[in-house]
Design a protein around this ligand. Sequence first.
Ligand SMILES: [Fe+2]
Length: 295
Amino acid sequence: MIETRPLPDSPFGVEILGVDFSKSVSDGDIRTILRLFHEHEVILVREQEMDYDRYDWLTRHFGNHHPHFLDHLRLEGHPAILLLSNIIEDGNPVGVFEGAAFWHTDVAYEDPPNSSTVVYGREWGEQGCPTHFCDTRGAYDALPDTMKERIEDLTVLHHYGNREDLNEHSKTSAEKLTAVQKDRIKNVYHPLAKRHPFTGRRSLYGVAGSSFGIVGMPDDEAIDLLDELRDHALQPQFTTSLDFQIGDVGAWDTFSTLHKATALKPATGSRDRRLLWRISVNGFPRLLASEASKE
Ligand SMILES: [Fe+2]
């Protein structure tokens, strides 16, 4: 039977217990998990044993697999899986190493944007590696009405990158791109106060990371407003962190959260290796299709 408990010392998110993804899971239980996911924004399910096929099966319940823009860091033979790791082989990182250590929303630089990200812990280094999360739905709710009215109809320009750090050699910039990938960067547009397709609630969508301007607003004014909203959202009452261990499944709702990885040093041996599988999806969970469209 599925049960929940709050994440320790966290203003949001929930741990889900009573499910074993290595075995058959009913559609009813999957629906329960997906509804908990939308309600709590971040979920954690511990001690799961999955191979590629089972992880593939699980993640397809969240939406449509969307192989990552960083095509050189996908897992060979499993293009939907992006590796997050500090492992270096033959001088090359095997996955995203330093490219996510800044507040961002996954794949907000595409249209459609990703709707959720699901990670699975494969290796964990004793130095730890927390992933930080921000509840941008709670942050929106806490805004004064005057600010809610000001941003209600605003549209934000997004493209790949971190607007706070454009030096591609920095540890807090977005993952460095190949020349071909740079040519693929394009501008896309998303609502600032985005309404969630299932909960119907608004959040401060993508106010850090890939947001670079606001339609119809001078750039300096737009950046000031995005920075103000980002600083509001990153207050302690809206943030938490999780250090994904081996066997942990973690998922975050990209419509209502920001997150930030921790930059690690390169692994030196088995004790400090960190490896997560990561799949981001777009679209809606098929099993909840009839409940969508509150955007
Ligand atoms: Fe990310």
